[in-house]
Design a protein around this ligand. Structure first.
Ligand code: SF4
Length: 359
């Protein structure tokens, strides 16, 4: 593995790295540290397939941002549709839609989602802020940025954070307090506004459901602690091990199946086609989705962490493992690719770095 460059532009008085992270970068780290490494540390420019779902989601967010800036008496389903039509061209991407009809279908579905939003949720609120960037500085000097879809005045005098969700996946109410977006936005909004956050709301446009969290002060302190731990574990991670799984399907650094090396041992196959390492005897593997949702701080590699492809490690408390033959597997040669599924011999990536997603 190549040497890991300095993550930051500075270090604090004790010589610790100080990071500047975004909410989406933290989410990437929880899904796969190696993807995070490529995207947020090496900042490898990459070209991602234009996604119709992402175009639609971004257009819906922009529509609601405009809509809640209108006087209450001007808000209606017609103004929602007009707002969508006015932002659509800005958020559509060349090649995202298979045809004009395909684009039309996504556009009409977006109108349906917005109409359903209008029916199911309160549209008379006057927000404190819309699409607002917020930032918190942690005790070691690192900063974490988030973006809140809408900030409302709460009944108790504090603030209420609203996150629009256009995807199908819905958060379990019991997991909200571990959701990275909730933790970052809660901590960063309180730091930015100097006011308490009374409630965090996730509004699901497809179902009309709402998942909400009303944190007590001790919950807020716990959220800060989790965030500090997570950022600390990112700063001290010397390996950024790959964690292959279903999410590799959407990874811009995944090699096409034909370019992956054949594993020397047989193991479970991931959705992307490369074999997963067999767990050590007696060890249990944790599904990536469970890892992402758990928001647990990962242990240091020397503390019995199961090595994964691309980064063989040993632990003093477990038997030594051999370097994984899949080290040239899904993504270790990613920097030689132009885009997923295309030419591996292209010397560089072709476009700019991480893109934000709103789904
Ligand atoms: S292809 Fe999979 S394992 Fe490799 S960096 Fe991407 S998400 Fe991680």
């Amino acid at each position: 593995m190549s040497a890991i460059p300095d993550l930051t532009s500075s270090s604090n008085a004790t010589g610790q790295r100080t990071l500047k992270l975004s909410q989406s970068a933290l989410g990437r780290y929880l899904v796969c540290p190696k993807q995070f490494f490529h995207a947020d540390i090496e900042r490898v420019p990459r070209e991602e397939e234009p996604s119709p779902v992402l175009c639609q989601a971004n257009a819906i967010h922009a529509t609601l941002e405009r809509f809640f800036g209108l006087p209450i008496e001007d808000r209606g389903t017609q103004t929602l549709e007009r707002a969508l039509r006015s932002v659509w061209a800005y958020h559509r991407r060349a090649g995202a839609f298979a045809s004009k009809d395909d684009e039309r279908r996504y556009g009409l579905e977006a109108i349906d989602l917005l109409n359903s939003f209008y029916e199911k949720f309160d549209t008379t609120t006057v927000p404190v802020a819309r699409e607002q960037w917020v930032r918190t500085r942690l005790t070691n000097g690192s900063t974490v940025d988030g973006k809140v879809d809408r900030i409302d005045q709460a009944l108790g005098g504090g603030l209420e954070l609203v996150d629009y969700k256009t995807g199908r996946k819905q958060l379990d109410p019991d997991d909200v307090h571990r959701e990275p977006a909730a933790l970052v936005n809660l901590a960063a909004t309180e730091a930015t506004y100097g006011r308490d956050v009374e409630r965090v709301r996730f509004l699901y446009l497809r179902t009309g459901d709402e998942v909400r969290w009303s944190p007590e002060r001790e919950d807020v302190e716990e959220a800060h602690r989790r965030l500090e731990e997570l950022v600390g574990s990112v700063a001290s991670d010397p390996v950024f091990a790959a964690t292959p799984g279903f999410h590799c399907r959407y990874c811009p650094f995944a090699l096409p199946p034909a370019a992956r090396t054949t594993p020397a041992t047989t193991g479970a196959r991931s959705a992307s086609g490369h074999a997963l390492p067999k767990p050590a005897s007696g060890a249990t593997s944790t599904p990536p989705t469970a890892r992402r949702n758990s928001m647990r701080t990962r242990p240091p590699p020397s503390a019995g962490r199961t090595p994964r492809h691309g980064a063989a490690t040993t632990s003093s408390s477990s038997p030594a493992r051999q370097p994984d033959s899949r080290s040239s597997g899904c993504c270790s040669t990613a920097r030689t690719r132009k885009r997923p599924g295309s030419c591996r011999s292209s010397p560089t990536y072709t476009t700019s770095g991480p893109t934000s997603t709103q789904t």
